[in-house]
Design a protein around this ligand. Structure first.
Ligand code: ZN
Length: 121
């Protein structure tokens, strides 16, 4: 999960505007996940933020349950259509989860908290 700091502030500011963004390397234009600290291809740290469509496919997921089997949280890794992988909460029933499942983002806003991307069907 991405937390707000100086580096990720533009990511959260974009979410607040209703836009999901990823990093685009200033040197080679490769796209990288929001939490990346450097370009995965050329290791440059200079980057801009670019808006992505907000769709992708599910790569993997975990379901956290309490002792009674009640679901506490469902989280996963989504491969965005543009390429980068994003770790996020899933608003999808666990029985429907499968690798390669097409998902789309919605932006969850709660009072007093940063907006976060959540993926749904
Ligand atoms: Zn690069």
């Amino acid at each position: 999960m991405v937390r707000r700091d100086e580096a990720s502030a533009p990511f959260f500011d974009a979410l607040a505007r209703g836009e999901l963004t990823v990093r685009r390397c200033s040197d080679c234009a490769e796209l990288a996940a929001p939490q990346s600290r450097a370009c995965p291809v050329c290791s440059a740290t200079a980057h801009e933020w670019t808006v992505v469509e907000g769709s992708g496919v599910l790569v993997s997921w975990t379901v956290r349950r309490d002792r009674g089997g009640e679901i506490l949280a469902v989280g996963g890794i989504v491969e965005l259509t543009e390429g980068p992988w994003l770790r996020a909460r899933l608003a999808i029933e666990p029985c429907r989860l499968s690798a390669g499942l097409p998902v789309t983002v919605l932006i969850e806003r709660r009072d007093g908290e940063e907006p976060v991307p959540v993926f749904t069907l």
